[in-house]
Design a protein around this ligand. Structure first.
Ligand SMILES: *Cc1c(COP(=O)(O)O)cnc(C)c1O
Length: 382
């Protein structure tokens, strides 16, 4: 099956004789057995489900749906992107180990790595991953993982995953990629050498801003470990949330196609707009498009708070990937926990606004931004 077909027809395991067109929701905390003998079958590996924290058909469908699109052997669905990252990391790293991560990380991941992994006794070095020598120089005997994002947040640098995978291979370390911004519609990191791929399903996989979930994919060997961590951390996704996310996933191709086209048009119009100092938008991220996030830096003279109030249907939302176009303010939200110094080095300033482009008519989106730019300029002149 080709990508778009697989996207809609990802397999859902039928449990009953009746074949419902949509997957039933297994809104249950546990599964029942005829007798102790039958329950023992679970422990022998002959039955799939015992207790929802350890596995549930809806959770498995979501994991499998993402894994299929990523071209991975197995996927594990979790309660959030961060818990998927933690399950993936702990499948590889333990106390005493060392991780090398990109310095332009999503803020939540940065905090998880900087504070919580440190508390677990896992050390993380934050490195400029465009500097190959810096990566090589930071590899230690106990380095087990190299971590980055396929398209970084918020300045949208497209990671050289193949280059990183060569470094990982020569140094015998695993490569893990957060593919939230690109989605498998645009980029499939496993094909470029990544061992583990992780998603905030909350974003494009779910796609409708109505669920918090995550997914991690990779080889069966690694994912069995990640699933065990998920079960022990209690970071399973609830059956209904998994069901909602699986339903959202089915329109990933359609949504991404429209959202990437809209983003391309918006980026083009903003490049020549008065009041916009810089437009960050990837040039050749993939053959299918360059993503649906556009980041802009406004001229210093523009009051960004004022600008944020003049965008009409474009609302302020501290997240991304919904059907509706929205803006966020990285220094106040996703990058609040990143130290000032590092933020400045990365180029995330008080004038930086991240736009998550939705599925509306492209002309309405570009007009909303044109009008807001005109309105703030007008006010400042008056
Ligand atoms: C949102 C996000 C996360 C965290 O996901 P949650 O679902 O909020 O836990 C991780 N990585 C990236 C790139 C994100 O955008």
């Amino acid at each position: 099956m080709r990508f778009d077909t697989m996207n809609v027809h990802f397999p859902t395991k039928e449990q009953a004789n009746e074949v419902s067109k949509t997957k039933p929701i297994y809104q249950t905390s546990a599964f029942t057995f005829k007798d102790f003998t039958e329950m023992e079958e679970y422990y022998q590996g002959n039955k799939n489900y015992l207790y929802t924290r350890m596995g549930n058909p809806n959770n498995d469908d979501l994991g499998k749906g993402v894994a299929d699109l990523e071209g991975a052997e197995m996927g594990v669905a979790t309660s959030s992107g961060l818990s998927a990252i933690l399950a993936g990391v702990l499948a590889v790293a333990k106390t005493g180990d060392h991780i090398i991560a990109t310095e332009d990380l999503y803020g939540g991941t940065y905090s998880l790595f900087k504070q919580d992994l440190a508390d677990f006794g896992i050390e993380v070095s934050f490195i400029d991953l465009t500097d190959r020598e810096a990566i090589e120089a930071s590899v230690k005997d106990n380095t087990v993982l190299l971590y980055s994002e396929s398209i970084t947040n918020p300045l949208l640098r497209v990671e050289d995953i193949e280059g990183l995978s060569q470094i990982a291979l020569t140094n015998d370390i695993k490569l893990m990629i957060d593919n939230t911004f690109a989605t498998p519609y645009l980029l499939r990191p496993h094909e470029l050498g990544a061992d583990i791929v992780v998603h905030s399903v909350t974003k494009y996989i779910g796609g409708h801003s109505d669920v918090t979930a995550g997914a991690v994919t990779g080889s069966r060997e690694l994912m069995v470990k990640a699933k065990a961590k998920m079960a022990m951390l209690g970071s399973n996704v609830g059956p209904f949330d998994a069901w909602l996310a699986s339903r959202g996933l089915k329109t990933l191709s359609l949504r991404m196609e429209r959202q990437c086209n809209n983003a391309q048009k918006l980026a083009r119009s903003l490049e020549t707009a008065d009041g916009v100092k810089h437009v960050y938008y990837p040039k050749a991220a993939s053959t299918k498009g360059n993503g649906a996030i556009v980041t802009i830096e406004l001229d210093d003279a523009i009051d960004v708070f004022d600008f944020s109030s003049k965008l009409g249907f474009v609302k302020v939302v501290p997240t991304l990937a919904g059907l509706e176009t929205s803006i966020s303010y990285p220094i106040a939200t996703s990058h609040r926990s990143i130290p000032d110094e590092l933020r400045q080095k990365l180029g995330v300033t008080a004038q930086t606004i991240r736009i998550s482009v939705g599925i509306e008519d492209a002309d309405d989106i570009t007009e909303a931004f044109e009008k807001a730019l005109q309105a703030v300029r007008f006010e400042q002149q008056a």
